[in-house]
Every structure is written in C-alpha cells, then in structure tokens.
Design a protein. Structure first.
Length: 284
C-alpha cells in the first residue's frame, strides 16, 4: 500500500476521533468540556497538517501532548471517562523517543491512580495489569515496525523524484563503483559537503540538479551530504568540482577524495561525515 493511502486513513481516523469526542460535549461538565475542546482542536489540526515525508522527525514532543490531553480527559471526569484508559495503547503505538515514552508511561500510571477511587480494587488491579501488558505489546510492535522501516528507508530515495539517498546506500555504492572504476578506468571522486542544518535540503536538491542522472547524492547526517562523481579523467573531475561548488552557497565546506584512495573494508558513515572540511575553491 502506498504511504499516501496510509496517511489518508490516519487522517480519517483522527477526524473520526474528533467527531466521537464532540458527541460527549453536550453532557460533559465544564472542566471535561474544556479538555474535550482542546483534544478536538489538536485532532483536527493534526489531521489537517499531517503529510507523509521522510524528513519528518520522530523527536518532536507532540506525543507528549497527546498523552497530556488523554490524562486531562480522564482526570476531568474519571467516573465518565474511565473507558479512555485503554486509549493509552494507541498512544504507545506512536514512534517516540525514550524520554517521551517515560513521560507518557508516568501519565498512564497517574491515569490508573485517578481511577482507583471509582473502581473496586480487584477490578482496578486487573485493569492495571491488562493495561501494562497492552502497553508492552504496543511498544514492542512499534519498535519492530521502526526497525523494518529503518531498513526500508535506507534503500529509498529521501525525496521522490530526486537522486537523494540515505547514507547507508553510499557504503554499498562505493564498493560497486570502486570495482567498476578499476575495470573501466573511470575516475571517481567522493565529494563531502558540509552545510548548516537549515541548508541541508535546499543544498541537497541543488546537488541533485548539478550532478548527472546516473550519479547520486547521499545524506550522511543532518549537516553532511555526499556525492559520488564519475569522470573520464582527473582533470575533468577537477573542472566539474569547481563548477559545482561555485553554484553552492559560499559558506558550504567541502572535501573531495579519490575513490581509489579510500579503504572501504572498515569504512563507516561516521568516518565519512567527519572528513576534514575545507573550501574547495582553495584546494581545487
């Protein structure tokens, strides 16, 4: 299934949740009604701005906002909203950093404690145990999906329509192109481009436009790009580098290394991204 269809389904679920909450508002107490309106607003805004992108960060704290709103809904009317305790399973299916998961875990525990005076102790213990198992299963499933998606993402273009790839693809391409260079006497250079964080995607797009269709650009980290340039001779490679860097912002730092001079046996992305950087105009 294409990602755009999955996102459309997620948007539909968010809108359905907003509609379901709105049906509770007429009979809700003032405090509960305020929390419902806040939750409805968050659901609607998230559904409207949600879009598929490989550039979306999982580190944003919006998962904590979802947990805070859910805790607020349960605490505002625990006698009426006890059923929402099971929604924590959906919250823990969201990809989130460890500190966000710890926060939401604490919020889930507080939710259980809020319901304690309203539920007989045996039922509360059974509910807490069942919820704990549900949360562990949700976190386990999310971790598994993130691992699978991470492997898939390493083999996908980061921006549809552009030859921009994850850094792991560069490590595979270097081995192939080094063998090809030896066999066909082609000169290949690895060009490392270091930019400011806010410049990464515009510079990446520019590099894709300046390189040949059969050449790729790779994202090594949030501030480092690389491209593998293929030329007939070292002189032609030097001319291409000069023209390429002249079209990039002045504050971009670059470093080029002939592919045949790189030892690939134990090469890592971290080593590539920490090559000494210098202005190409000064060294070319």
């Amino acid at each position: 299934m294409q990602s755009k269809y999955k996102i459309s389904l997620l948007k539909a679920n968010l809108l359905a949740a907003a509609v379901a909450l709105s049906l509770w508002i007429p009979s809700a107490e003032p405090a509960a009604a305020v929390m419902m309106w806040l939750s409805i607003g968050w659901l609607l805004i998230t559904a409207l701005i949600l879009d598929f992108s490989h550039r979306r960060s999982r580190g944003l704290p919006w998962q904590m906002l979802a947990g805070t709103l859910l805790l607020g809904l349960i605490a505002s009317a625990p006698d009426r909203h006890a059923l929402l305790i099971w929604t924590w399973g959906a919250v823990f299916m969201l990809p989130q950093d460890r500190w966000a998961a710890v926060f939401n875990g604490g919020a889930a525990l507080v939710s259980c404690l809020v319901l304690l005076p309203h539920i007989p102790l045996p039922e509360w213990l059974l509910m807490t145990l069942s919820l704990s198992i549900l949360l562990l299963l949700a976190m386990s499933r999310t971790h598994q999906l993130l691992t699978i998606n991470g492997v898939i993402r390493q083999r996908l273009r980061l921006i549809p329509g552009l030859n921009l790839w994850a850094g792991e693809q560069l490590l595979r391409d270097l081995i192939r192109e080094q063998t090809r260079s030896e066999r066909e006497a082609i000169h290949a250079d690895v060009l490392i481009v270091r930019v400011r964080r806010r410049q990464l995607w515009p510079v990446a797009q520019k590099l894709c436009e300046l390189t040949y269709d059969f050449e790729n650009v790779y994202r090594l980290n949030s501030t480092t790009l690389a491209t593998l340039m293929l030329s007939k001779t070292p002189g032609e490679a030097a001319s291409r580098r000069t023209l390429l860097v002249a079209a990039l912002p002045d504050n971009v730092l670059t470093q080029h290394t002939p592919l045949m001079d790189i030892e690939l046996a134990a090469l890592t992305l971290d080593e590539l991204s920490h090559f000494p950087a210098s202005h190409l105009r000064e060294v070319a």
